[in-house]
Design a protein around this ligand. Structure first.
Ligand SMILES: Cc1ncc(COP(=O)(O)O)c(C=O)c1O
Length: 349
């Protein structure tokens, strides 16, 4: 299970995505199925840290080592997530983050970031994102204009300070849902690890579309992530997979439902403890105002939301914390450094 872009990165790099089914309990790539999908032409494995939870990276990395493959983490939904004490984006050769506004760390427009601890890959990605040009007007290869917009970088730099706090709020909401849904046999909850940052809280249930409609009709935000498995997309009809080729992913696509998990609007309100989707979120107030024909109310500025931005002790010393979104010149050692880019560029590197 993933958003289409994971595979698009492969296709846009001129390669062919080879799909692997997911685990029933969490929708993450099933390590037991990876080896069967590897051919002599395989270059890399792309585990997706779906819904904010890291894939089984010990198993993925040991398979990659066995076949001399690179590991490219799709960490688009996993800002701040951890696995065995290490952060997403620092677990494979390359980590790819999205700053689409809805992400745990979202910009005010589009943006992305690639992490790697390998200097050779870093230098190559830096060239690719800069029109294939290591030196101004010297275009050694065909590249892209894919530098992170400075304005977005400035916004992200400020928001980064609050990421752990927002992720903690997401964990609280997920715990609420877990407790509320415990014992309801019709609902399959997603197994999640401690390191998850709950980009989404996803359950599976029969009659999903009916429930989604009923929730939305009551002004309760909920969505579906995702209604199709990758091989079911028209864009990948050419891969030639039949229905049933990836039965677990197909089951997720038919039955998954994501009730809203908007941390910033409910992190500290009393009502949020009772209703994690929180009426004060833009999501629900827009739905309410559509019904009533009024303008949506602006969320009041609570003093607790105006904490001055300052150093966040929780983030200090962690390798993936970047205050600069470009590579520190001369940086050495094993800490990943940062540049903007895409999964496609990571693959081409
Ligand atoms: C799992 C996953 N991979 C890749 C992407 C693509 O990110 P972007 O839209 O920033 O290119 C997304 C974005 O939604 C995503 O959720």
């Amino acid at each position: 299970m993933t958003f289409a872009s994971t595979a698009f990165g492969v296709s846009l790099a001129g390669a062919r995505p080879v799909l692997v089914d997911v685990r029933a309990e969490d929708g993450l790539i099933d390590p037991d199925r990876i080896e069967a999908a590897i051919t002599p032409r395989t270059k890399a494995i792309i585990p997706v840290h779906l819904y904010g939870q890291c894939a089984e990276m010990t198993a993925v990395c040991s398979i990659a080592a066995k076949y001399s493959l690179r590991v490219i983490e799709d960490a688009a939904q996993a800002h701040g997530a951890s696995y065995a004490g290490r952060r997403a984006g620092g677990l494979g050769d390359i980590g790819c983050f999205s700053f689409y506004p809805g992400k745990n760390l979202g910009a005010y427009g589009d943006g992305g970031l690639v992490t790697t601890a390998r200097c050779d890959l870093a230098e190559r990605i830096e060239v690719l994102r800069n029109c294939g040009s290591p030196v101004k007007y010297h275009h050694d290869e065909i590249g892209l204009n894919s530098r992170l917009d400075t304005l977005q970088a400035a916004i992200l730099r400020v928001k980064l300070e609050r990421l752990d706090e927002w992720n903690a709020a997401r964990r609280r909401i997920a715990a609420y849902y877990d407790a509320a849904l415990n014992g309801i046999s019709e609902v399959d909850r997603t197994r999640h690890s401690e390191g998850s940052v709950h980009h989404l809280y996803v359950v599976r249930l029969t009659g999903r579309d009916r429930v989604l409609k009923a929730l939305n009709a009551r002004g309760i935000g909920a969505g579906v992530h995702y209604p199709f498995a990758l091989h079911e997309l028209q864009a990948y009809a050419s891969l030639g997979h039949r229905p049933g080729a990836f039965p677990i992913a197909e089951d997720w696509a038919r039955r998954c439902l994501s009730p809203a998990i908007p941390p910033r609007s409910c992190a500290r309100t009393r009502s949020s403890r009772r209703r994690p989707w929180c009426r004060r979120s833009g999501f629900t107030s827009r739905a309410r105002s559509r019904r009533s024909g009024t303008r949506p109310r602006r969320a009041s500025r609570r003093p607790s939301c105006r904490r001055p931005i300052g150093p966040s002790p929780g983030l200090e010393g962690r390798p993936w914390r970047a205050t600069s979104l470009s590579r520190p010149r001369g940086a050495a050692g094993s800490s990943p450094w940062f540049t903007s880019g895409s999964t496609g560029q990571a693959l081409r590197a």
